[in-house]
Design a binder for this molecule. Sequence first.
Ligand code: IMP
Ligand code: ZN
Length: 330
Amino acid sequence: MDLFCHKLPKIELHAHLNGSLSKLTLKQLGCLENSISQYQSVKAIGLKDAFALFKVAHEATSNTKNLYIATQNVIEEFAKDNVVYLELRTTPRSEEGMSEDDYIETVIKAIRENRFDGILVKLILSLDRRRSREEQTETLDRIIRFKNSFPDLIRGVDLSGDPAKGDFFRDIFEKARENGLKTAIHCAEIQNDAEVKNILEFKPDRLGHGTFIHTNPELWALYKQLNIPVECCLTSNVICLTANSYAEHHVQEWIKEKLPFCLATDDKGVFNTSLSEEFLHIHKASKLNELELWTISYKSIEYSFASAEEKNFLRFSLEKWKIKNIKDNE
Ligand code: IMP
Ligand code: ZN
């Protein structure tokens, strides 16, 4: 099954650029061994400690040269894992000698100059919930400006950052939607019923995590009525201790109730995982067979922010792969 999960053409819809940097990339970018070794020791940490680890990657990508290399390396690694469609997300930030515009331009350049065949890459830009309403609005205006120049590449806006801090500002996301951007919002990573209700009522195109929705009957009923696809990041949740184990992960509720979800890595560098491994985990935890695993990948195409044409192309290639690789009688 390891080989099957590796070879399966996969759709990655929830990957944070800086959280996805591999140890090799960190090394290449001049990161010190003792910083990198913090990654190696990650087995079980709280969300708070996970956030401290992003500093390591942020230091490594604090100039455009390194950011460019980091972006290309992440794309290469996903391509080697047979990810055929990648929605990479990142938070525009400024550093000494690099403005937010420089940051976005560099990531766009690295994606456009991608040298790897067989992977289609789109960009989602993130708003950091720790930032103020004014700062988030300013970043959104910047994102809209870039989206108008690169509509094929920039497809959506994400809300992420420490879930224990900051706010979801609905009007900011209304504005994103009015300007033709899709919305993917981190939601219910920790218990926060009032905010979850606000987010659900906004009806984003996708939700990240959705860990504490089914635990509240009122929210669960509302969610099921809305039927919004959830990006499930199993290893991330197990390591951050918001899921007890793979077998007890909330994705089981989605499987049981036939609700829409995709599998995702979240931060493959920090959590030392790959999308193939996420498929393997769900295979083991839920006893899913090859056809069921393929179906998760296939359905994810629908939840992606790809164009209708791109979705058709992806469906066609997955169907072709299925005929060649999965026996009918499964
Ligand atoms: P970046 O946006 O490319 O810099 O990727 C790292 C950033 O993604 C972090 O600083 C967080 O803001 C965000 N992030 C990564 N993983 C998570 C998560 O599990 N929950 C919320 N935010 C996250
Ligand atoms: Zn995330």
